[in-house]
Design a protein around this ligand. Structure first.
Ligand code: SF4
Ligand code: SF4
Length: 111
């Protein structure tokens, strides 16, 4: 696919970074990405047959699952990319994800 370039309201060019992958081994099923995504990309499903790396950051993890932030860290659920092709490349999901689950790429990479 050719590269896609957008324009801000002020006329500045930017290159959308579309979601490529979601690392299920890191995902804690918190739903943050689902809440911030304006498109129909995500679906939360039951985790079946996926190994969960429950401590990918060791003692340095600032986002442990024992917090009280109002989000469910229910590791029996995992987020999936139901419809990756609906992504507009805003990267909001990556900014909100506490486990760094996402990788992104431009249209030339993603397509
Ligand atoms: S980059 Fe934006 S549109 Fe794409 S999946 Fe993430 S939040 Fe949704
Ligand atoms: S924000 Fe990250 S950890 Fe939370 S459900 Fe989405 S991918 Fe999983």
């Amino acid at each position: 696919m050719p590269e896609i370039t957008g324009l801000t309201l002020g006329g500045a060019e930017y290159t959308p970074q579309f979601v490529l992958e979601l690392d299920a081994k890191r995902c804690i099923g918190c739903g943050r990405c689902f809440r911030v995504c304006s498109r129909d990309v995500f679906e939360l499903v039951e985790r079946e047959g996926i190994d969960f790396d429950d401590d990918p950051y060791g003692d340095d993890d600032p986002y442990g699952d024992d917090d009280d932030d109002g989000f469910s860290d229910d590791t029996s659920m995992v987020m999936t990319l139901k419809n990756r092709l609906d992504c507009i490349g805003c990267e909001a999901c990556s900014k909100i994800c506490p486990k760094k689950c996402f990788t992104h790429g431009s249209a030339a990479v993603a397509g």
